[in-house]
Design a binder for this molecule. Structure first.
Ligand SMILES: NC(=O)c1ccc[n+]([C@@H]2O[C@H](COP(=O)([O-])OP(=O)(O)OC[C@H]3O[C@@H](n4cnc5c(N)ncnc54)[C@H](OP(=O)(O)O)[C@@H]3O)[C@@H](O)[C@H]2O)c1
Length: 326
């Protein structure tokens, strides 16, 4: 088959759609003919040599896909050849075929395109696990989502609004700010022109209004994130785009009984990922089916133009997901 592999010794080399061995599948897995996959920031990190695949994961790029089942393992029940599916992957999405544990599959309604479906798994499951499982976000709580126009941010804004939360977010351009407000954020702040902490305090007229922060920025935002947090607030780190080292006054944690949570999705066990997928589907899949929540797609490239697609993300030009059609 054709696929895109990143060899560890080739940092940031152009990506090539090349011939690789066909994947095999285990009795508990299905083999899928991939029709679409999507970019994630982690693909850029992996390509730069900073985010190697976890043990046992494919060296082929790609953390999600949508396609049609081509073959079914001997122990698999409930799925058939020809079923339209999408899934989170620990690698292997930028390819013509992939083997997937059947328990990770999500069935697509007939009217959904593969491109739409490929834009769902990684960012929605990331936003879901961190906000609703790790941080235990509750209805009517206030959440601050950094990087609101990112793939993860556009998923997080929609799910938190749907859950009845008050949503604040940050983004780096006026266009992104307007988009986030259109998506349901009560307040979106251009962090390049305004101090997000000051803006949130002015808007809420409270010193510590935020119950949960979903953070991708790390060091640069740490003091301001902590300062904004309410009694029993939770701060979840899912990336550290500005740097990972910072200083902490432990008394602030004690005084407001704050919790700091660090979390990655990719290296979790299959059992954990299946539980996350099931919880997500129970709570939010009906909102996808009735159209209340949808994947936000910035652009679609044919897989042969993967280098242009990566450049679009590297330059922070995307709002939502960049999809690759295969
Ligand atoms: N821990 C996990 O399991 C997990 C899983 C998935 C994703 N993530 C992380 O979540 C983040 C979003 O992922 P994605 O695929 O949705 O990314 P994405 O669509 O590429 O969006 C990332 C956005 O972050 C903003 N940004 C970049 N550098 C920044 C900085 N130094 N300070 C503030 N904002 C910055 C940019 O938007 P602006 O124009 O608004 O600056 C950029 O468009 C990534 O950092 C990714 O690594 C973590």
């Amino acid at each position: 088959m054709q696929a895109i592999i990143v060899q560890t010794e080739q940092k940031n080399c152009p990506l090539a759609w090349q011939t690789v061995p066909d994947p095999t599948y285990q009795p508990h897995e299905v083999l899928v003919d991939i029709q679409a996959t999507a970019l994630n920031r982690a693909d850029l990190f992996q390509r730069a040599g900073h985010y190697p695949p976890p043990a046992g994961a494919s060296e082929i790029l790609g953390l999600e896909m949508a396609g049609q089942i081509r073959a079914v393992g001997a122990e698999v029940t409930g799925w058939q050849v020809g079923d339209r599916v999408c899934a989170l992957l620990s690698g292997g999405g930028y390819a013509e075929q992939v083997n997937v544990p059947a328990d990770m599959l999500m069935a697509l309604p007939d009217e959904w395109s593969y491109q739409q479906a490929a834009a769902i798994p990684e960012v929605f499951l990331t936003a879901y696990v961190n906000l609703f499982m790790e941080a235990q976000l509750q209805t009517a709580e206030t959440v601050l989502i950094h990087g609101g126009a990112s793939g993860v941010g556009t998923a997080a804004i929609q799910m938190t609004r749907q859950a009845g939360c008050r949503v604040f977010t940050t983004a780096g351009t006026a266009e992104k700010v307007a988009y986030c407000e259109g998506l349901g954020a009560e307040l979106a702040i251009n962090y390049k022109t305004d101090d997000f902490a000051e803006q949130i305090r002015q808007h809420t007229e409270q010193k510590n209004p935020v119950d949960v922060v979903l953070d991708i920025v790390g060091a640069d935002y740490f003091a301001r994130n902590i300062g904004l947090m309410a009694l029993r607030g939770r701060l979840v780190f899912i990336s550290s785009l500005s740097g990972a080292k910072t200083e902490l006054d432990i008394r602030q944690l004690m005084g407001r009984r704050l919790r700091l949570i660090g979390s990655v999705l990719r290296s979790r066990s299959l059992t954990e990922k299946v539980a996350i997928k099931q919880n997500f589907m129970t709570q939010f899949w009906p909102s996808f089916l009735d159209g209340t929540i949808k994947p936000i797609i910035d652009s679609v490239y044919p897989i042969q133009q993967v280098n242009e697609a990566h450049e679009q993300m590297r330059q922070n030009r995307n709002i939502g997901k960049i999809v690759l059609s295969i």
